[in-house]
Design a protein around this ligand. Structure first.
Ligand code: 4AD
Ligand code: MG
Length: 432
Protein backbone atom coordinates (compact mmCIF):
# COMPACT_ATOMS: atom_id res chain seq x y z
CA UNK A 1 0.00 0.00 0.00
CA UNK A 2 0.89 3.66 -0.07
CA UNK A 3 0.81 5.44 3.26
CA UNK A 4 -2.21 7.51 2.35
CA UNK A 5 -4.27 4.32 2.15
CA UNK A 6 -3.66 3.48 5.84
CA UNK A 7 -7.19 4.42 6.88
CA UNK A 8 -8.74 2.26 4.19
CA UNK A 9 -6.48 -0.66 5.07
CA UNK A 10 -7.11 -0.56 8.83
CA UNK A 11 -7.15 -4.05 10.32
CA UNK A 12 -5.56 -5.59 7.23
CA UNK A 13 -2.14 -7.08 6.63
CA UNK A 14 -0.17 -4.90 4.21
CA UNK A 15 3.26 -4.44 2.65
CA UNK A 16 4.93 -1.07 2.47
CA UNK A 17 8.10 0.10 0.75
CA UNK A 18 9.54 3.46 1.76
CA UNK A 19 12.35 5.36 3.43
CA UNK A 20 13.09 5.94 7.09
CA UNK A 21 12.01 9.44 8.09
CA UNK A 22 12.82 9.18 11.81
CA UNK A 23 13.60 6.44 14.29
CA UNK A 24 13.52 5.99 18.04
CA UNK A 25 13.71 3.02 20.36
CA UNK A 26 12.23 2.29 23.73
CA UNK A 27 12.89 -1.04 25.41
CA UNK A 28 11.69 -3.86 23.25
CA UNK A 29 10.17 -1.57 20.58
CA UNK A 30 11.73 0.30 17.69
CA UNK A 31 9.50 3.03 16.24
CA UNK A 32 10.39 3.64 12.63
CA UNK A 33 8.58 6.52 10.93
CA UNK A 34 8.42 5.64 7.26
CA UNK A 35 7.79 8.04 4.42
CA UNK A 36 6.69 7.49 0.87
CA UNK A 37 5.49 10.04 -1.63
CA UNK A 38 2.03 10.08 -0.05
CA UNK A 39 2.87 10.72 3.60
CA UNK A 40 4.48 9.42 6.78
CA UNK A 41 3.45 6.49 8.97
CA UNK A 42 4.69 5.18 12.29
CA UNK A 43 5.77 1.55 12.24
CA UNK A 44 6.11 -0.22 15.57
CA UNK A 45 8.58 -3.09 15.48
CA UNK A 46 8.19 -5.13 18.66
CA UNK A 47 10.87 -7.65 19.53
CA UNK A 48 8.22 -10.21 20.46
CA UNK A 49 6.27 -9.85 17.21
CA UNK A 50 9.06 -10.31 14.65
CA UNK A 51 11.76 -12.83 13.94
CA UNK A 52 15.39 -12.23 14.87
CA UNK A 53 16.38 -11.00 11.39
CA UNK A 54 13.65 -8.35 11.30
CA UNK A 55 14.52 -7.22 14.82
CA UNK A 56 18.15 -6.90 13.86
CA UNK A 57 17.19 -4.93 10.72
CA UNK A 58 15.04 -2.53 12.77
CA UNK A 59 17.89 -1.97 15.21
CA UNK A 60 20.34 -1.38 12.35
CA UNK A 61 18.19 0.89 10.24
CA UNK A 62 19.07 4.57 9.95
CA UNK A 63 17.43 7.75 8.71
CA UNK A 64 16.85 7.59 4.90
CA UNK A 65 17.47 3.83 4.70
CA UNK A 66 15.23 2.22 2.12
CA UNK A 67 13.03 -0.37 3.81
CA UNK A 68 10.27 -2.86 3.19
CA UNK A 69 7.81 -3.59 5.97
CA UNK A 70 4.96 -6.04 6.50
CA UNK A 71 2.37 -5.66 9.20
CA UNK A 72 -1.14 -4.83 10.26
CA UNK A 73 -2.58 -1.28 10.18
CA UNK A 74 -4.06 -0.10 13.48
CA UNK A 75 -5.85 3.06 14.42
CA UNK A 76 -3.75 4.77 17.09
CA UNK A 77 -4.45 8.31 18.23
CA UNK A 78 -0.94 8.55 19.76
CA UNK A 79 0.76 8.01 16.38
CA UNK A 80 1.60 11.19 14.38
CA UNK A 81 -0.86 10.40 11.55
CA UNK A 82 -3.45 8.66 13.74
CA UNK A 83 -2.47 5.25 12.34
CA UNK A 84 0.28 2.81 13.13
CA UNK A 85 1.61 -0.22 11.38
CA UNK A 86 2.36 -3.07 13.73
CA UNK A 87 5.21 -4.79 11.96
CA UNK A 88 5.45 -8.51 11.42
CA UNK A 89 8.62 -8.15 9.34
CA UNK A 90 11.10 -5.44 8.35
CA UNK A 91 13.89 -5.60 5.81
CA UNK A 92 16.53 -2.99 4.96
CA UNK A 93 16.86 -2.71 1.20
CA UNK A 94 19.87 -0.47 1.80
CA UNK A 95 21.12 0.89 5.11
CA UNK A 96 21.76 4.60 4.64
CA UNK A 97 25.04 6.20 5.60
CA UNK A 98 24.56 9.03 8.14
CA UNK A 99 22.29 11.49 6.32
CA UNK A 100 24.01 14.85 5.77
CA UNK A 101 20.84 16.90 6.26
CA UNK A 102 19.71 17.30 9.84
CA UNK A 103 17.08 19.55 11.33
CA UNK A 104 18.49 23.07 10.94
CA UNK A 105 20.57 23.74 7.84
CA UNK A 106 21.65 26.78 5.90
CA UNK A 107 20.04 27.54 2.57
CA UNK A 108 23.42 27.04 0.89
CA UNK A 109 23.84 23.54 2.32
CA UNK A 110 20.32 22.61 1.26
CA UNK A 111 21.16 23.78 -2.28
CA UNK A 112 24.45 21.84 -2.28
CA UNK A 113 22.52 18.77 -1.12
CA UNK A 114 19.59 19.51 -3.38
CA UNK A 115 19.47 15.93 -4.66
CA UNK A 116 18.77 14.82 -1.08
CA UNK A 117 16.74 17.80 0.11
CA UNK A 118 14.15 17.06 -2.57
CA UNK A 119 12.99 14.22 -0.29
CA UNK A 120 11.74 16.65 2.36
CA UNK A 121 7.98 16.80 2.91
CA UNK A 122 7.78 20.30 1.46
CA UNK A 123 9.79 19.59 -1.67
CA UNK A 124 7.98 16.30 -2.25
CA UNK A 125 4.70 18.22 -2.19
CA UNK A 126 6.05 20.88 -4.53
CA UNK A 127 7.30 18.26 -7.00
CA UNK A 128 3.90 16.54 -7.04
CA UNK A 129 2.16 19.87 -7.60
CA UNK A 130 4.66 20.78 -10.34
CA UNK A 131 3.97 17.57 -12.27
CA UNK A 132 0.24 18.16 -11.93
CA UNK A 133 0.42 21.80 -13.00
CA UNK A 134 2.27 20.76 -16.17
CA UNK A 135 -0.53 18.29 -16.77
CA UNK A 136 -3.31 20.83 -16.17
CA UNK A 137 -1.74 23.24 -18.67
CA UNK A 138 -1.39 20.54 -21.31
CA UNK A 139 -4.86 19.14 -20.74
CA UNK A 140 -6.37 22.60 -21.18
CA UNK A 141 -4.64 23.26 -24.49
CA UNK A 142 -5.19 19.71 -25.74
CA UNK A 143 -8.86 20.17 -24.94
CA UNK A 144 -8.89 23.34 -27.05
CA UNK A 145 -7.58 21.36 -30.02
CA UNK A 146 -3.96 22.55 -29.84
CA UNK A 147 -1.06 20.37 -30.98
CA UNK A 148 2.01 20.04 -28.80
CA UNK A 149 5.15 20.65 -30.84
CA UNK A 150 8.81 20.09 -30.03
CA UNK A 151 11.08 22.92 -31.18
CA UNK A 152 14.88 22.74 -31.11
CA UNK A 153 16.52 24.39 -28.13
CA UNK A 154 19.91 24.89 -29.84
CA UNK A 155 19.51 27.75 -32.29
CA UNK A 156 21.30 30.33 -34.41
CA UNK A 157 19.28 33.40 -33.52
CA UNK A 158 17.63 34.86 -30.44
CA UNK A 159 13.98 35.81 -30.39
CA UNK A 160 13.76 38.26 -27.54
CA UNK A 161 16.36 40.69 -26.32
CA UNK A 162 19.21 38.69 -27.79
CA UNK A 163 21.37 40.03 -24.99
CA UNK A 164 21.08 37.27 -22.42
CA UNK A 165 21.84 34.33 -24.68
CA UNK A 166 24.00 31.41 -23.63
CA UNK A 167 26.54 30.68 -26.32
CA UNK A 168 27.43 27.08 -27.12
CA UNK A 169 30.05 25.66 -29.39
CA UNK A 170 28.17 23.63 -31.99
CA UNK A 171 30.68 21.47 -33.89
CA UNK A 172 32.94 24.50 -34.02
CA UNK A 173 30.17 26.96 -34.95
CA UNK A 174 28.66 29.54 -32.66
CA UNK A 175 25.14 28.64 -31.55
CA UNK A 176 22.83 29.64 -28.70
CA UNK A 177 20.53 27.98 -26.22
CA UNK A 178 17.06 29.20 -27.04
CA UNK A 179 15.56 32.02 -24.97
CA UNK A 180 12.10 31.39 -26.43
CA UNK A 181 10.63 28.86 -28.85
CA UNK A 182 8.29 31.42 -30.37
CA UNK A 183 9.95 31.64 -33.79
CA UNK A 184 9.65 27.88 -34.27
CA UNK A 185 6.09 27.85 -32.95
CA UNK A 186 5.28 30.46 -35.61
CA UNK A 187 6.67 28.15 -38.27
CA UNK A 188 4.28 25.44 -37.10
CA UNK A 189 1.20 27.69 -37.41
CA UNK A 190 0.77 27.16 -41.19
CA UNK A 191 1.22 23.43 -40.48
CA UNK A 192 -1.08 22.84 -37.51
CA UNK A 193 -2.75 26.24 -36.91
CA UNK A 194 -2.91 26.21 -33.09
CA UNK A 195 0.17 24.83 -31.38
CA UNK A 196 2.14 24.97 -28.14
CA UNK A 197 5.57 23.97 -26.96
CA UNK A 198 6.58 23.21 -23.39
CA UNK A 199 10.36 23.07 -23.28
CA UNK A 200 13.19 24.83 -21.43
CA UNK A 201 14.18 28.39 -22.27
CA UNK A 202 17.54 29.79 -21.25
CA UNK A 203 18.32 33.28 -20.01
CA UNK A 204 21.79 34.32 -19.00
CA UNK A 205 20.26 36.50 -16.28
CA UNK A 206 22.83 38.19 -14.09
CA UNK A 207 20.16 39.72 -11.90
CA UNK A 208 19.76 37.77 -8.70
CA UNK A 209 16.13 38.04 -7.79
CA UNK A 210 13.66 35.59 -6.33
CA UNK A 211 11.96 35.35 -9.75
CA UNK A 212 14.76 34.68 -12.21
CA UNK A 213 16.18 31.36 -13.32
CA UNK A 214 18.80 30.79 -16.00
CA UNK A 215 16.90 27.72 -17.16
CA UNK A 216 13.12 27.79 -17.02
CA UNK A 217 10.31 25.80 -18.55
CA UNK A 218 8.23 27.95 -20.86
CA UNK A 219 4.81 27.12 -22.22
CA UNK A 220 4.38 28.86 -25.58
CA UNK A 221 1.09 28.67 -27.44
CA UNK A 222 0.85 30.22 -30.91
CA UNK A 223 -2.52 30.71 -32.60
CA UNK A 224 -3.49 31.33 -36.21
CA UNK A 225 -5.84 34.27 -36.84
CA UNK A 226 -5.93 35.29 -33.16
CA UNK A 227 -5.65 38.95 -32.28
CA UNK A 228 -4.30 40.00 -28.89
CA UNK A 229 -7.82 40.26 -27.48
CA UNK A 230 -8.56 36.62 -28.32
CA UNK A 231 -5.17 35.63 -26.98
CA UNK A 232 -5.88 37.30 -23.63
CA UNK A 233 -9.23 35.52 -23.37
CA UNK A 234 -7.44 32.22 -23.93
CA UNK A 235 -4.79 33.11 -21.35
CA UNK A 236 -7.26 33.89 -18.59
CA UNK A 237 -9.23 30.74 -19.28
CA UNK A 238 -6.05 28.68 -19.23
CA UNK A 239 -4.72 30.16 -15.99
CA UNK A 240 -8.15 29.74 -14.38
CA UNK A 241 -8.29 26.13 -15.49
CA UNK A 242 -4.91 25.46 -13.90
CA UNK A 243 -5.94 27.20 -10.65
CA UNK A 244 -9.30 25.41 -10.46
CA UNK A 245 -7.75 22.00 -11.06
CA UNK A 246 -5.08 22.82 -8.48
CA UNK A 247 -7.67 23.69 -5.83
CA UNK A 248 -9.60 20.53 -6.56
CA UNK A 249 -6.72 18.05 -6.67
CA UNK A 250 -4.03 19.48 -4.43
CA UNK A 251 -5.70 19.47 -0.99
CA UNK A 252 -2.55 17.97 0.58
CA UNK A 253 -0.14 20.67 -0.52
CA UNK A 254 -2.71 23.42 0.11
CA UNK A 255 -2.81 22.23 3.72
CA UNK A 256 0.93 21.56 4.03
CA UNK A 257 1.86 25.05 2.81
CA UNK A 258 -1.10 26.79 4.49
CA UNK A 259 -2.39 28.25 1.22
CA UNK A 260 -5.51 30.38 0.91
CA UNK A 261 -7.90 27.91 -0.66
CA UNK A 262 -10.72 30.42 -1.00
CA UNK A 263 -8.57 32.92 -2.82
CA UNK A 264 -7.33 30.23 -5.20
CA UNK A 265 -10.89 29.08 -5.86
CA UNK A 266 -11.75 32.66 -6.85
CA UNK A 267 -9.33 32.66 -9.78
CA UNK A 268 -11.84 32.85 -12.61
CA UNK A 269 -12.19 35.13 -15.66
CA UNK A 270 -12.33 37.98 -16.28
CA UNK A 271 -8.98 39.34 -15.07
CA UNK A 272 -8.53 43.05 -14.52
CA UNK A 273 -6.89 44.99 -17.38
CA UNK A 274 -4.82 48.10 -17.32
CA UNK A 275 -2.83 49.75 -20.07
CA UNK A 276 0.88 50.40 -19.63
CA UNK A 277 0.07 54.10 -19.51
CA UNK A 278 -2.50 53.61 -16.75
CA UNK A 279 -0.07 51.39 -14.85
CA UNK A 280 2.56 54.15 -14.95
CA UNK A 281 0.03 56.67 -13.66
CA UNK A 282 -1.02 54.35 -10.87
CA UNK A 283 2.58 53.63 -9.87
CA UNK A 284 3.52 57.30 -9.92
CA UNK A 285 0.49 58.10 -7.77
CA UNK A 286 1.90 55.60 -5.27
CA UNK A 287 5.25 57.36 -5.23
CA UNK A 288 7.19 55.77 -8.12
CA UNK A 289 9.01 58.06 -10.55
CA UNK A 290 8.48 56.33 -13.89
CA UNK A 291 8.47 57.89 -17.31
CA UNK A 292 7.24 56.62 -20.67
CA UNK A 293 9.46 53.79 -21.86
CA UNK A 294 10.54 52.55 -18.43
CA UNK A 295 10.08 48.88 -17.71
CA UNK A 296 8.83 47.59 -14.36
CA UNK A 297 11.09 45.93 -11.83
CA UNK A 298 10.50 43.84 -8.74
CA UNK A 299 9.37 46.90 -6.73
CA UNK A 300 6.88 48.11 -9.33
CA UNK A 301 5.42 44.63 -9.83
CA UNK A 302 4.82 44.42 -6.09
CA UNK A 303 3.20 47.86 -5.99
CA UNK A 304 0.91 46.92 -8.86
CA UNK A 305 -0.32 43.61 -7.52
CA UNK A 306 0.16 43.49 -3.74
CA UNK A 307 -3.57 43.84 -3.07
CA UNK A 308 -4.77 41.75 -6.00
CA UNK A 309 -6.30 38.32 -5.53
CA UNK A 310 -6.38 37.39 -9.21
CA UNK A 311 -3.79 37.99 -11.93
CA UNK A 312 -4.07 41.24 -13.91
CA UNK A 313 -3.18 42.15 -17.49
CA UNK A 314 -0.98 45.10 -18.40
CA UNK A 315 -1.63 45.87 -22.07
CA UNK A 316 -0.41 48.20 -24.83
CA UNK A 317 3.22 48.49 -23.78
CA UNK A 318 5.58 51.15 -25.04
CA UNK A 319 7.03 49.95 -28.33
CA UNK A 320 10.65 50.36 -27.26
CA UNK A 321 10.48 47.91 -24.35
CA UNK A 322 8.86 45.05 -26.28
CA UNK A 323 10.30 42.77 -28.93
CA UNK A 324 10.61 43.93 -32.54
CA UNK A 325 8.04 41.44 -33.84
CA UNK A 326 5.18 42.92 -31.77
CA UNK A 327 2.34 44.43 -33.82
CA UNK A 328 2.22 48.21 -33.59
CA UNK A 329 -1.09 49.42 -32.18
CA UNK A 330 -2.96 51.12 -35.04
CA UNK A 331 -4.79 53.33 -32.53
CA UNK A 332 -1.66 54.54 -30.77
CA UNK A 333 1.60 53.96 -32.62
CA UNK A 334 3.68 54.63 -29.51
CA UNK A 335 2.50 51.23 -28.29
CA UNK A 336 2.35 47.60 -29.41
CA UNK A 337 -0.46 45.05 -29.04
CA UNK A 338 1.11 43.24 -26.14
CA UNK A 339 0.02 41.93 -22.79
CA UNK A 340 1.80 40.83 -19.66
CA UNK A 341 -0.07 38.86 -17.06
CA UNK A 342 1.03 39.77 -13.56
CA UNK A 343 0.41 37.34 -10.70
CA UNK A 344 -1.05 38.71 -7.44
CA UNK A 345 0.99 39.68 -4.38
CA UNK A 346 4.10 40.66 -6.30
CA UNK A 347 4.89 37.17 -7.61
CA UNK A 348 5.65 38.89 -10.89
CA UNK A 349 5.02 38.49 -14.59
CA UNK A 350 3.76 35.00 -15.39
CA UNK A 351 2.88 35.56 -19.05
CA UNK A 352 4.26 37.74 -21.81
CA UNK A 353 2.27 37.81 -25.03
CA UNK A 354 1.90 39.77 -28.25
CA UNK A 355 0.00 39.94 -31.46
CA UNK A 356 2.68 39.30 -34.09
CA UNK A 357 3.66 41.52 -36.99
CA UNK A 358 2.83 39.26 -39.91
CA UNK A 359 3.47 41.66 -42.84
CA UNK A 360 6.94 41.27 -44.31
CA UNK A 361 7.57 44.92 -45.23
CA UNK A 362 6.41 46.28 -41.86
CA UNK A 363 8.39 43.65 -39.98
CA UNK A 364 11.60 44.40 -41.88
CA UNK A 365 11.11 48.11 -41.30
CA UNK A 366 10.71 47.40 -37.58
CA UNK A 367 13.95 45.44 -37.58
CA UNK A 368 15.79 48.31 -39.25
CA UNK A 369 14.28 50.77 -36.73
CA UNK A 370 15.42 48.62 -33.83
CA UNK A 371 18.91 48.40 -35.35
CA UNK A 372 19.00 52.16 -35.60
CA UNK A 373 17.83 52.81 -32.05
CA UNK A 374 19.98 50.13 -30.38
CA UNK A 375 23.00 50.22 -32.64
CA UNK A 376 22.95 46.40 -32.72
CA UNK A 377 22.64 44.67 -36.09
CA UNK A 378 20.53 41.58 -36.67
CA UNK A 379 22.37 38.76 -38.36
CA UNK A 380 19.75 38.65 -41.09
CA UNK A 381 21.00 35.34 -42.55
CA UNK A 382 19.85 33.62 -39.37
CA UNK A 383 16.36 35.10 -39.67
CA UNK A 384 15.78 34.30 -43.36
CA UNK A 385 13.83 31.12 -42.68
CA UNK A 386 11.60 32.99 -40.23
CA UNK A 387 11.04 35.86 -42.68
CA UNK A 388 9.98 33.21 -45.22
CA UNK A 389 6.93 32.62 -43.01
CA UNK A 390 5.87 36.16 -43.98
CA UNK A 391 6.61 35.49 -47.66
CA UNK A 392 4.65 32.29 -48.11
CA UNK A 393 1.07 32.34 -46.87
CA UNK A 394 1.47 34.66 -43.89
CA UNK A 395 -1.55 35.06 -41.64
CA UNK A 396 -2.31 37.30 -38.65
CA UNK A 397 -1.45 35.44 -35.45
CA UNK A 398 -0.75 35.86 -31.77
CA UNK A 399 1.01 33.92 -29.05
CA UNK A 400 2.39 34.08 -25.57
CA UNK A 401 4.90 32.54 -23.22
CA UNK A 402 4.12 31.42 -19.69
CA UNK A 403 6.91 30.72 -17.22
CA UNK A 404 5.95 27.47 -15.47
CA UNK A 405 8.13 28.14 -12.44
CA UNK A 406 6.60 31.60 -12.01
CA UNK A 407 3.14 30.02 -12.01
CA UNK A 408 4.22 27.38 -9.49
CA UNK A 409 5.86 30.02 -7.28
CA UNK A 410 2.64 32.01 -7.28
CA UNK A 411 0.14 29.16 -6.78
CA UNK A 412 2.25 27.59 -4.01
CA UNK A 413 3.21 30.98 -2.58
CA UNK A 414 6.91 30.05 -2.58
CA UNK A 415 9.45 32.60 -1.33
CA UNK A 416 11.90 31.81 -4.10
CA UNK A 417 11.53 30.53 -7.65
CA UNK A 418 14.36 28.02 -7.13
CA UNK A 419 11.97 25.87 -5.10
CA UNK A 420 9.62 25.57 -8.05
CA UNK A 421 12.12 23.44 -10.00
CA UNK A 422 14.05 20.37 -8.80
CA UNK A 423 17.55 21.45 -9.88
CA UNK A 424 17.59 25.24 -10.23
CA UNK A 425 20.05 26.89 -12.59
CA UNK A 426 21.01 30.39 -11.50
CA UNK A 427 24.04 32.57 -12.11
CA UNK A 428 25.68 31.18 -8.97
CA UNK A 429 24.33 27.63 -9.09
CA UNK A 430 25.25 24.78 -11.45
CA UNK A 431 25.74 21.92 -8.94
CA UNK A 432 24.17 19.45 -8.49
O1 4AD B 1 8.10 37.69 -21.49
P1 4AD B 1 9.04 36.72 -22.14
O2 4AD B 1 10.44 37.12 -22.27
O3 4AD B 1 8.37 36.38 -23.55
C1 4AD B 1 8.94 35.66 -24.57
O4 4AD B 1 10.01 35.10 -24.52
C2 4AD B 1 8.03 35.49 -25.75
N1 4AD B 1 8.83 35.21 -26.93
C3 4AD B 1 7.07 34.37 -25.46
C4 4AD B 1 6.09 34.16 -26.57
O5 4AD B 1 5.38 35.08 -26.91
N2 4AD B 1 6.03 32.96 -27.11
O6 4AD B 1 8.98 35.34 -21.34
C5 4AD B 1 7.76 34.68 -21.15
C6 4AD B 1 7.57 34.30 -19.68
C7 4AD B 1 7.60 35.48 -18.72
O7 4AD B 1 6.34 36.10 -18.63
C8 4AD B 1 7.99 34.79 -17.42
O8 4AD B 1 6.87 34.17 -16.83
C9 4AD B 1 8.92 33.70 -17.89
O9 4AD B 1 8.65 33.47 -19.27
N3 4AD B 1 10.33 34.08 -17.72
C10 4AD B 1 11.11 33.67 -16.72
N4 4AD B 1 10.87 32.85 -15.67
C11 4AD B 1 11.89 32.59 -14.82
N5 4AD B 1 13.13 33.08 -14.98
C12 4AD B 1 13.43 33.91 -16.01
N6 4AD B 1 14.67 34.37 -16.15
C13 4AD B 1 12.39 34.23 -16.95
N7 4AD B 1 12.34 34.97 -18.07
C14 4AD B 1 11.08 34.87 -18.53
MG1 MG C 1 8.17 39.55 -20.64
Amino acid sequence: MHIKEAEKETGKRVELAGWVHRKRSSGGIVFVIIRDRTGILQVAVKKNNVDARSWQAAENTTVESSVKVEGVVKKDPRAPSGYELEATALENVQVSEPFPITEYQSTELLLDKRHLWLRSRKMTGVMIARAHIFRYAREFLDGEGFFEITPPTITLAGGETGSNLFEVSYFGRKAYLTESSQLYAEAMVPVLENVYSLVPAYRAEQSRTTKHLAELWMLEPEMAYYDSEQSMKLQERMVSHIAQRFVKEEADIIELLGLDRKELAGIKPPFKRMSYEQAIELLNSKGAKLKWGDDFGVKEEMMLTEDEKKPIFITDWAKEIKAFYAYVNPKDTRTVLSDDMQAPHGHGEIIGGTQREWRLDVLMQRMRDVEKSTGVKFNMANYEWWLDLRRYGSVPHSGFGMGMERVIKWLLNLDHIRDAIPFPRMSNRLYP
